[in-house]
Design a protein around this ligand. Structure first.
Ligand SMILES: Cc1cc2nc3c(=O)[nH]c(=O)nc-3n(C[C@H](O)[C@H](O)[C@H](O)COP(=O)(O)OP(=O)(O)OC[C@H]3O[C@@H](n4cnc5c(N)ncnc54)[C@H](O)[C@@H]3O)c2cc1C
Length: 389
């Protein structure tokens, strides 16, 4: 097939998929968001629909049963879903990062065994990196795996793990050699299905990101076969985790775009309906200034996100681009959600509207997948590396 035909086919396929996602969101998700959000209820029915849409295999290669989507198409899907209910994107995003760890670093046997089950959603899960004493400084983790014949025995605690209760398998970052220097050489990543010695010790209560479960996980003499070590070789755990996080940052950026855009769309609509001093508030210049800034932020965040996704798809190094997109889009979500609340006045503070949810959900995007402090440091380090004096 020539490249022109292949390209127009890819555009058509993307349009059909995005259309299916929009229809699903409008028909099966939007009407239920307020109820599920305020009940903090896991959306079991929507998860079944997400399986049918293929979302649990969105970025998994077709030979393993996935949709094999580009990061660009994936970002567009995440943006749409986050615009309606950001929590839903968390159910398949960290699952796909676990899958990316296997796709990028796993052995052929591991890919053949695990990826088809991840793609259908038969096995769902996420990424278990953070511990009670460390998140940013991952090399300080204390969860330990000791070799015991053809098994490893794992002890330690992970916290804040998305899908921790509803998920059944996690990509688990451990120390296989706590004395190693540099520290990352003693780190490894395992596939950790739930079983004896693996317990969910706590459901964590949160400001926002309702509906999706965040949990503390305890590993107490938890045994896994040695062939669950991703890549089959010790010492590559940090590399495996950080590789998956590039896609993770693009997806957090896309969530930021979705939230910032939802705050804008609600504000554009409300400001035409709400009247003060005899005219719709959108005719007051003070409100117009806010709308103008909000719209510009959405567009800038979207372009940065698509640029990072393009670089990822082209196989280019994109930690700077993904960092910029994640940083800017998450801050845009925070600013737009606050501005939307101001525009909505008292109704912005009401649980009958979606705006207070955007305001609670947006700050998480500044923390997850590497805090925004760290993103700016990554950007600066890359600048210095790319432009030496
Ligand atoms: C709802 C939710 C879901 C989550 N889901 C997951 C999940 O699925 N899996 C998972 O593994 N983790 C998850 N996390 C954890 C998240 O990734 C961490 O909270 C995040 O990485 C920050 O780590 P920390 O909370 O330990 O903060 P810390 O690392 O203690 O940082 C505290 C502050 O210090 C700053 N800081 C730290 N180091 C530096 C430095 N060198 N220079 C400058 N500033 C610095 C940080 O930017 C931050 O402002 C989740 C968290 C939340 C809240």
């Amino acid at each position: 097939m020539d490249t022109h035909v292949a390209r127009s086919q890819a555009i058509e396929e993307e349009a059909a998929l995005l259309d299916a996602i929009d229809k699903w969101l409008n028909r099966d998700v939007r009407p239920h968001v307020l109820r599920l959000e305020h009940a903090d209820e896991y959306p079991h029915e929507m998860v079944e629909q997400m399986k049918e849409l293929g979302l649990f295999g969105a970025t998994i290669a077709p030979e393993y049963g996935g949709l094999g989507l580009s990061a660009t198409t994936y970002a567009k899907i995440v943006e749409r879903i986050a615009e309606v209910w950001m929590s839903l994107s968390g159910i398949f995003n960290s699952h796909l990062i676990m899958a990316a760890c296997v796709s990028r670093m796993g052995t052929e046997a591991q890919k053949a065994e695990w990826l088809p089950k991840f793609a259908t959603g038969e096995i769902r899960g996420g990424l278990a990196l953070t511990e009670p004493d460390c998140g940013t400084d991952l090399q300080a983790i204390r969860t330990r795996a000791r070799r015991d014949g053809d098994h490893y025995i794992i002890n330690g605690t992970k916290t804040w793990i998305s899908n921790g209760i509803q998920g059944s398998c996690f990509a688990l970052l451990v120390k296989t050699d706590p004395e190693a220097q540099p520290r990352h050489k003693g780190m490894s990543m395992f596939l950790a299905p739930k079983g004896a010695g693996f317990t969910v010790s706590k459901k964590l209560e949160k400001l926002g990101y309702k509906g999706i479960d965040s949990a503390e996980l305890v590993f107490d003499d938890y045994r896994v076969p040695a062939d669950y070590l991703i890549g089959g070789e010790e010492g590559r755990g940090l590399q495996t985790a950080l590789g998956g996080l590039e896609l993770g940052r693009i997806n957090v950026a896309a969530r930021g775009v979705g939230l910032a855009s939802a705050a804008l769309k609600d504000s554009v609509k409300y400001s035409q309906i709400r009247k003060t001093m005899g005219k719709p508030i959108c005719q007051h210049q003070a409100i117009q200034l806010k709308l103008g800034e909000m719209a510009t932020r959405v567009q800038a965040a979207r372009l940065l996100t698509y640029d990072a996704a393009r670089a990822y798809d082209a196989g280019e190094r994109c930690d700077m681009e993904a960092g910029m997109a994640k940083y800017y889009a998450s801050e845009a979500a925070v600013e737009n959600s606050l501005e939307a609340m101001r525009i909505h006045g008292g109704y912005g503070y009401s649980k009958e509207y979606h705006v207070e949810r955007y305001y609670r959900d947006a700050p998480l995007m500044c923390i997850g997948e590497g805090t925004n402090e760290i993103q700016r440091m990554i950007i600066a380090k890359q600048l210095i590396e790319r432009f030496p004096a």
